[in-house]
Every structure is written in structure tokens, then in C-alpha cells.
Design a protein around this ligand. Structure first.
Ligand SMILES: Nc1nc2c(ncn2[C@@H]2O[C@H](COP(=O)(O)OP(=O)(O)O)[C@@H](O)[C@H]2O)c(=O)[nH]1
Ligand SMILES: [Mg+2]
Length: 452
């Protein structure tokens, strides 16, 4: 095993920059960098040291050097962390020096991969580290922390145990071919399978809201020009990001920003209104608007409540009827505002009245945005599946369990039932990495940042 090195902090200027070394030569390499052959820290000790360019002895930096002895480190190997001054030049020089001494630059996620290999964590926990680092809101970070704490594996362990509990008697039944499975046994297996299917399905279904925590909920503002889309966009962002004027067609391009709404990362897009226009810039904007609308998880269809609905508005409402949407009736502050608009618009959609100008109704709007998606702040605090890979494996597990269940009901041979059960067990194992093929592993770790 070679010794790997990487910058563990983001590139750029900062107070400190941390370089991490892991592998059997972490300590000898550090000795050369310090030019101190007798450097033998006690594990966990941090000392202020001079770092020197090995060939010349020239001073590179003064840094805090910490040593973590195998197996009591993040990777399970000998680890040295060097906290240098956060200058990109210094960090570059120190890393170069260690590379010259024989360290190798780590690939994405390679430190975590080593932690996995030495049994420090399982695969879903390693993925949780990546998600934790990438999380954009507190709720997303909390979910990642729960997964890091092993909650997902803990949920899967009883499922695997139950599966093994079915596989063992079926396998032994195979040994005694002449006896069919007794009736009671078949019934018991069917019951257990039913429970397993239910549990797997529940877990998998949480992905429908869980994946938004990782990827963000795509919400697009749409509607006719001058209805106040950009004003609402700015209100939700709490900044003046989009230009607001009383000239129709001010917003020509789509604007996208991420905003945290009650812990949910929301990717909010303001669009140019859809209207036919001879102006080329505006037409391109309109094209982008159409695309942003098609990509959205949720549309906020904005109408001006202070003027009668135009045929354009109605066209818009019709156009978006098939999509998940909230209808926002804006400008409630104006004296011409007609509240009954809410009733005029039949529509099964949720209707929210706001005044972007007076900052009214925005809290209700935020709630309406999340409503279709939330089981996230659910009271039982259920674990959510946030990763598409886990979701896919759970669906495949469920399909295998169902096919085993059908086989047993049809009185099929034990062999046939066992195929489904073994597959299900394998898929569950792939979530935590017990049975993950090498190429899948390397693909997962390619999504990590260097230094993790
Ligand atoms: N009275 C009132 N005017 C508003 C409100 N929201 C937006 N406006 C005005 O309506 C005009 C168009 O707003 P804008 O956000 O640019 O609309 P967009 O074209 O849909 O993006 C501007 O003059 C805004 O100041 C509101 O809640 N009340
Ligand atoms: Mg606008």
C-alpha cells in the first residue's frame, strides 16, 4: 500500500490549509520533511514544526503537525495532518516536496475508500460523508449525518437477517429432496416475505422527497409579463437579484438561484414571460422559459390580481394544468385587487394570495411550495433515502422479493424461490457495500472530492 497525499481544505487563500497524508510511510515522509530523523510523536499529538524543502533544507513553513496512529485514524492507516498557513504557494510547495519524497497524489475519495477497506465504515456511511460535505441546507446535512451514524445500515440489518432466516431452511430443504416443505412453513415464509416487501417499499418511497434534499427542488416562476414574477423571486431570495420594472418583458433571460426554504434546497428560476415577440433577444428568453417550465418539479404560476384575468393568463393556466403547480395571485395591496379571483379560478391547484410589494403572504407561499414534497420534517423523523443508487437497489430488492413470493404461492421449487431471495440479499448488501463490485465502487468514489 502506498502513501497518499492531498490538500484536505479548499484551494485558495485561507488562514490555514490542511494537508493530509495516509499510508505506511506517513511518518517517515514527515520525518524527511521536518529533517528530524528522531521525530516520534505520541499518537494524537500535535506539535509546531518547521517544514523544510528536503534537498536544500530551505524553510517552507511553520506548521502544526498531527499524528494519528493506525488503526486509530480516519483511514485506519497511519495518518499525518499538516496544518500550514493557508497560502496556495506554500501548500503547493509542501505537497510537491512530499510527492518528491515518494507520496502519491490521492484520487477522489481515496481517503474514504481506504477507510472503507480497513473496515472503518461501510459504503452507505462513506457516501454519507460525501453528501454531508455537499449538503446545502441543515436538513440535508442532518439526513447525511444520520446515514453516517449508520442508521441506514441499521434499518437494513434486520431485513437481511430475516432474509437469511428464510434462506437457511429453504437451502436445507433442498438437501432432502423427497420431502416437500410443510404447509405451515410455506405460510410462514409468505408472511415474512410480505413484511419484507412492505418495509422495502416504505423505505424506497421516501426517495420521492429524499432526493430533493440532495439535488434541490426545482421551482420555476411562470406567468404573463408584469404580473410580478421577478418581484416574488426577489422576495423569496430576500435579495434584489432580478431587475424589476413596470415595462413588460424586462426579464429576458432565465435567472436561477438556490434558496433554503425551511431546510429544503430550492433551485428557484425566474423566467421571461411567455409571449410572442418580434424581438430576437426576447424570443430566446421565451424559449428558455419553456425549457425551465418543462424541467420544473413545481411551477409557480403568477397572475396579477389587481386587473381582470387576461386571455393570456387563461391560456397560461390552461397550458400548465397538467403540471404540479401553485397559483400565485399577486398585488393584493392594490385597491383594485379582487379577492374572489381565488374562486373564479376553479383549478384543483393550490392558490396563494401575496403582495410582493408589501411582503405579504410569502410565508404561506413558502409552505405551499414545500407542501407537495414534504415528508421531510415528518414527526416520526423517518430516515429518508436520498441517493438514487440506494433507491434503485431497494426497488430491485422489492422486485426480487415479490417474485420469490409469487413463486412460493405458485408452489414452485425451492430453487426458484431461493434465486429471488439470494438476489434480494445481494442487492441489500450492495447498499452497505458488502457485495458491491469493484467497478461500482470506483464509480461511486469518482464522485468524491480530492482529499476526502
Ligand atoms: N402594487 C404592487 N405592484 C407590484 C407587486 N409586485 C410587483 N409589482 C410591480 O409590477 C411590475 C412588474 O413587476 P415584475 O416583478 O418585474 O414582474 P414580472 O414581469 O412578472 O417579472 C413592477 O412595476 C413591480 O413594481 C405587488 O405585490 N404590488
Ligand atoms: Mg420579470
Amino acid at each position: 500500500m502506498d502513501t497518499i497525499i492531498a490538500l484536505a481544505t479548499p484551494p485558495g487563500r485561507s488562514a490555514i490549509g490542511v494537508i493530509r497524508l495516509s499510508g505506511p510511510n506517513a511518518l517517515p515522509l514527515t520525518r524527511s520533511l521536518l529533517r528530524e530523523a528522531q521525530y516520534q510523536p505520541t499518537p494524537g499529538q500535535t506539535l509546531l514544526k518547521d517544514l523544510r524543502y528536503p534537498p536544500t533544507g530551505e524553510l517552507l513553513d511553520q506548521a502544526l503537525v498531527s499524528y494519528f496512529q493506525a488503526p486509530h485514524s480516519f483511514t485506519g492507516e497511519d495518518v499525518v495532518e499538516i496544518s500550514c498557513h493557508g497560502s496556495p504557494i506554500i501548500l503547493r510547495q509542501v505537497i510537491d516536496a512530499l510527492l518528491q519524497l515518494g507520496a502519491r497524489l490521492a484520487g477522489p475519495g481515496e481517503f474514504t475508500l481506504r477507510a472503507l477497506a480497513s473496515g472503518k465504515m461501510n459504503l452507505s456511511q462513506a457516501e454519507a460523508i460525501r453528501d454531508l460535505i455537499n449538503s446545502q441546507t441543515e436538513v440535508a446535512a442532518q439526513q447525511a449525518l444520520r446515514q453516517l451514524g449508520g442508521e441506514l445500515s441499521a434499518r437494513l440489518t434486520p431485513l437481511k437477517d430475516q432474509l437469511i432466516g428464510l434462506i437457511v431452511p429453504l437451502e436445507s430443504a433442498l438437501e432432502f429432496v423427497e420431502d416437500d416443505l410443510p404447509e405451515v412453513e410455506t405460510e410462514r415464509i409468505k408472511d415474512v416475505l410480505l413484511g419484507l416487501v412492505k418495509e422495502t417499499a416504505t423505505l424506497a418511497s421516501s426517495f420521492s422527497s429524499g432526493h430533493f434534499l440532495r439535488e434541490g427542488l426545482r421551482v420555476t416562476l411562470a406567468g404573463c409579463p408584469n404580473t410580478g414574477k421577478s418581484s416574488i423571486f426577489n422576495e423569496l431570495l430576500k435579495t434584489d437579484r432580478a431587475i424589476v420594472t413596470d415595462l413588460p418583458g424586462t426579464t429576458r433571460d432565465t435567472l436561477t438561484e438556490t434558496v433554503n426554504i425551511k431546510g429544503m434546497p430550492v433551485v428557484l428560476t425566474d423566467t421571461a414571460g411567455v409571449r410572442e415577440s418580434g424581438n430576437r433577444v426576447e424570443s430566446i428568453g421565451v424559449e428558455r422559459t419553456r425549457r425551465a417550465m418543462a424541467d420544473a418539479d413545481l411551477l409557480l404560476v403568477v397572475v396579477d390580481g389587481a386587473v381582470p384575468l387576461t386571455t393570456e393568463d387563461l391560456g397560461f393556466l390552461q397550458l400548465t394544468a397538467a403540471q404540479r403547480r401553485v397559483i400565485v395571485v399577486n398585488k393584493s395591496d392594490l385597491s383594485t385587487f379582487r379577492n374572489q379571483l381565488k374562486n373564479d379560478l376553479d383549478l384543483k391547484a393550490r392558490v396563494v394570495t401575496v403582495s410582493a410589494r408589501n411582503h405579504e403572504g410569502l410565508e404561506e407561499l413558502r409552505e405551499a411550495i414545500l407542501e407537495p414534497f414534504i415528508s421531510i420534517n415528518n414527526s416520526e423523523g423517518g430516515l429518508l433515502i436520498t441517493d438514487a443508487r440506494h433507491y434503485d437497489l431497494l426497488c430491485r430488492t422489492q422486485a426480487e422479493l415479490e417474485s420469490a413470493s409469487r413463486a412460493i404461492s405458485a408452489g414452485a421449487s425451492e430453487e426458484l424461490v431461493l434465486v429471488g431471495l439470494h438476489n434480494a440479499l445481494r442487492f441489500l448488501g450492495e447498499i452497505t457495500g458488502e457485495t458491491t463490485a469493484e467497478d461500482v465502487l470506483s464509480r461511486i468514489f469518482a464522485t468524491f472530492c480530492i482529499g476526502k
